[in-house]
Design a protein around this ligand. Structure first.
Ligand SMILES: Cc1cc2nc3c(=O)[nH]c(=O)nc-3n(C[C@H](O)[C@H](O)[C@H](O)COP(=O)(O)OP(=O)(O)OC[C@H]3O[C@@H](n4cnc5c(N)ncnc54)[C@H](O)[C@@H]3O)c2cc1C
Length: 281
């Protein structure tokens, strides 16, 4: 899989001045993350390596937060296996697309969950699929309103480039299953976003809260029934359709879908800078 580099401007005080460096992070499958690498921007190559390494370390330490307790405020069941947890936000600020680490307060086990709610919502929402034999997704479903959860974060860099949003660029969002969660947050948080959202599921009953999206911009791709907008996988849709050359593409969900979709778009002429991915499993 092509590594994906996320630009990230970091303010670093040096000799009373502020300089900006570009930190890049390589995403690799299964959600594992390598420590950020540093790319020196042209013009800042005078910075010694040790100083950049130090800034990176400071940055990582700053991002490491101790877990906080949050109350469960509600559970919405969307299907037999998929539900939304509504959790007290406790003033947490986040960028749409980021995720948290979450588990029951009475357990040491936590998993990553993309924030589903918009950043202007009062509470946090998480869209979760209960996995057969899964440890955390099953145990979270058994919680009752008022129970405590332990949360770390926000974490991650799967966000839209602010400049591209300002420039009203076109976005292609490709999700499988609950991989729609970060895109839901983006659409709720950023009004006027120019996007096409391809949502791949087996059955049309898994079109989680599709009324959130502009029906012109949302394409439900189903493989198990013909009640969606397109019968087939998201990759079939990509293969059969043309996309504007300047489109910036974001993928979220299972690794095989992401790999196949990225391969297809690369073959259609999209550069690796236009392709961004968050792998769930
Ligand atoms: C950055 C990131 C964000 C994530 N955001 C979400 C989210 O918003 N909603 C969500 O439901 N999950 C999300 N996940 C997946 C989540 O972290 C857990 O892996 C998932 O809930 C299963 O955990 P578990 O403890 O129940 O299962 P485990 O006991 O850890 O594992 C059981 C098996 O389930 C597989 N598995 C994991 N996720 C899925 C899935 N969705 N469908 C089928 N099989 C799966 C694993 O590969 C493993 O083989 C995210 C993962 C990452 C890395």
């Amino acid at each position: 899989m092509q590594p994906h580099l996320t630009p990230w401007s970091v303010r670093l005080a040096r000799s009373g001045r502020q300089v900006f460096i570009l930190v890049t992070r390589v995403r690799i499958p299964y959600g594992l993350q390598k420590p950020p690498k540093i790319n020196v921007l042209r013009g800042f190559s005078f910075l010694p390596q040790w100083l950049m390494a130090f800034s990176c370390l400071t940055l990582n330490l700053k991002n490491m937060q101790s877990p906080t307790e949050h109350k469960l405020l509600g559970i919405r069941n969307l299907t037999e296996s998929t539900y939304i947890l509504e959790v007290g936000r406790k003033g947490m600020s986040f960028e749409p697309g980021q995720h948290i680490l979450m588990g029951r307060s009475d357990s040491i086990h936590k998993r990553e969950y993309s924030i589903y709610s918009g950043n202007n919502n009062e509470n946090l929402e998480l869209l979760i699929k209960e996995i057969e034999d899964g440890m955390v997704s099953k145990s979270l479903k058994k919680l009752s309103v008022g129970d405590s959860l332990e949360i770390e974060g926000p974490l991650g860099f799967f966000g839209l480039d602010k400049k591209a949003v300002e420039q009203k660029k076109k976005f292609l969002f490709v999700a499988s299953g609950t991989g729609i969660a970060p895109f839901h947050s983006m659409v709720k948080s950023i009004p006027g976003l120019d996007y096409t959202l391809l949502h791949g599921v087996r059955y049309s009953s898994e079109a989680y809260e599709k009324e959130t999206y502009d029906s012109e911009k949302y394409v439900l791709c189903t493989t198990g029934d013909e009640d969606g907008d397109f019968h087939g996988r998201v990759t079939d849709y990509i293969q059969q359709h043309k996309f504007d050359k300047d489109t910036i593409c974001y993928f979220c969900g299972n690794f095989n879908m992401i790999k196949d979709a990225m391969d297809l778009l690369s073959k259609k002429g999209f550069s690796s800078e236009q392709l961004h991915a968050e792998v769930y499993f």
